[in-house]
Ligand binder design. Sequence first.
Ligand SMILES: [Zn+2]
Length: 207
Amino acid sequence: MPPIHVRFRRFTSLNTTIRIREGEIYASLSDLLEGAPDSVLHAIAHILLAKLYRKPIDPAHNLRYKRFASSAPVTRQTELIRHARGSKRFFGPEGRYFNLDEVFDALNTRFFGGLLGRPELTWSEHHAKRSLGHYDAAHNTIVVSRVFDRPSSPRYAIEYLLYHEMLHLKHPVRARGLRRCVHPPEFKAEESRFPQLAEALAFIKRL
Ligand SMILES: [Zn+2]
């Protein structure tokens, strides 16, 4: 067996990494896992070694780890740590052509009876095309990609992106067993009520 070095590091998530260097194994685990029960640490060790040596992962170990990672106390702790440690850059709602706060307020009145609390809204740093919009629960922030902040963007496309993220505020992600259900049926039903849904999706596709 090669020498193995394990250390706990200050990650902002449950990150674990393993690599082999000059015949020695180095594993880094998030310090969030430091207090995990032995059976969970055992499962993590199994998973990491299986990955390193490209061997099948025992489903029982996988299940044990997933159960632990998706348990309510662990998820809450991860969010708290992420909030405290993650220094998120914030660019604000005022773009060159569109103001996200203004779009949010209009949608809130139109579709939600003004009842949604407004989270932080910000344009993304870069002209991201892979993530057009997302809601970050840890920072209570909706981020919209800056690619939409241009005169050629139809307002309904930005409205649709924000409307989708606002539905995430209204329908928080709930754990269904081990799988996270991000867009439950009632979410999709409500989304389909957006008047220019087809046009918005077509615009996004062209983008
Ligand atoms: Zn979504």
